[in-house]
Ligand binder design. Structure first.
Ligand code: SF4
Ligand code: SF4
Length: 364
């Protein structure tokens, strides 16, 4: 792994990967294999996350943490412009952020590849192309890590996004343990991936290793305990505007917006203007926003989603139904972050099930 990181650094990539900080797996710059979460695993449940040490020197023995790659591609805060007073006028400063080098993302899970594809569709391939996302996304190199275990909150299998990596990356790693020791199976996913692979000391995979990888990935899928039945989900949610379950979830939801902050596909932003106390220097910032804030739906004199019920309904219905109308895919990739990081443990899979069962029982 250290060699791979060195090859990427030599090729002048900004290498970003999983690290351990503040009791969680977070994405940050890495310069060597020692920066990775060596010998850590995680425990996740609704409203619960713990990192735990595990035996062995494994590097990818955990599921997704609170951050996603949107931290780099669609950052939480971006300065759009600034202006400095000059006499009676303001001079607009040319301070468009420029990346020094392209990113190499190390350890991207299958659901996260799906999330990047969802954000690409929204921010690059729609009517309005986001130049900031385009610049940050350009020439990136992606090293995927297939999951060989699933957290209790994962449900990518039912969303058709994982745990098997099927494309959208330059290299695919699978970490293997067993009698032959700790090793990685690596497969190229692009011409550039093959070029990087050629610079590494690798030996051809044995049939036994490929079989072990197949079993491990299949088991990561079969061990998932949460699922969403996506059959007819657009129609189900579109027709459930007055379902009593929205009142039920509203009694629990704090409208804290955590679910949207951790979600790898949520993309909404707001723009804020700030000035220093002298009034000589002004800045315009773009920041993540959320459909859970009151200000998000402020239109012409008031917010149109005043209640927690309206805001949760908007979020879930957009994620799983109207997103399909807008962009042709689901807005959910089944990563489970919104379940783990909801302080009161609201579970999107459970909310869908309750609405579906209510429908079937004629309770809506
Ligand atoms: S569902 Fe949970 S994380 Fe999302 S706004 Fe409500 S309380 Fe916060
Ligand atoms: S809605 Fe929840 S499970 Fe789905 S992609 Fe967003 S954070 Fe992950």
């Amino acid at each position: 792994m250290g060699n791979l990181i060195q090859v990427l650094l030599r090729r002048d990539y900004e290498v970003v990967g999983p690290t351990v900080r503040d009791g969680a797996i977070v994405y940050d710059r890495v310069g060597s294999a020692e920066d990775l979460p060596v010998g850590w695993t995680d425990e996740q449940e609704a409203g619960h996350y713990r990192l735990l040490p595990r035996e062995g020197q494994t590097l990818f023995s955990y599921s997704v943490g609170p951050q996603s790659w949107k931290k780099y591609l669609h950052p939480a805060e971006v300065q759009l412009c600034s202006a400095q007073r000059q006499g009676e006028a303001f001079r607009i400063l040319n301070n468009e952020p420029q990346l020094k080098r392209p990113f190499a993302f190390l350890g991207v899970r299958a659901c996260e590849l799906a999330a990047i594809a969802v954000q690409d569709r929204v921010l690059l391939q729609d009517k309005f192309r986001d130049p900031i996302y385009a610049q940050r996304s350009a020439d990136k190199f992606i090293i995927a890590a297939q999951c060989t275990r699933a957290a209790a909150t994962c449900f990518c299998e039912s969303m058709g996004t994982g745990p098997r990596v099927t494309g959208g990356c330059d290299l695919v790693l699978t970490e293997l343990l067993g009698p032959k020791g700790h090793r990685f199976l690596v497969k190229s996913g692009s011409v550039l991936g093959s070029e990087v692979l050629a610079e590494l000391e690798v030996s051809p995979a044995e049939e036994e290793d490929i079989q072990q990888m197949e079993v491990a990935v299949r088991e990561a899928a079969s061990r998932q305990t949460r699922h969403i039945d996506t059959d007819g989900i657009k129609e189900l949610l579109s027709q459930s505007f007055d379902h009593p379950r929205w009142d039920n979830v509203a009694q629990r939801c704090l409208t804290c917006a955590n679910c949207t902050m951790v979600c790898p596909t949520c993309f909404c932003t707001t723009v804020e203007d700030v000035s220093d106390i002298s009034g000589d220097h002004a800045e315009r910032w773009r920041r993540w926003d959320s459909c859970f804030t009151l200000g998000f739906s402020y239109i012409h004199g008031g917010s149109i989603r005043n209640s927690g019920k309206a805001r949760y309904r908007q979020w879930m219905t957009h994620k799983l139904a109207s997103w399909i109308d807008q962009f042709g895919t689901s807005g959910c990739v089944g990563c489970g972050r919104c379940i783990t990081w909801c302080p009161v443990g609201i579970d999107i899979t459970e909310e869908v099930r309750a609405i579906r069962e209510g429908e079937q029982n004629g309770k809506s």
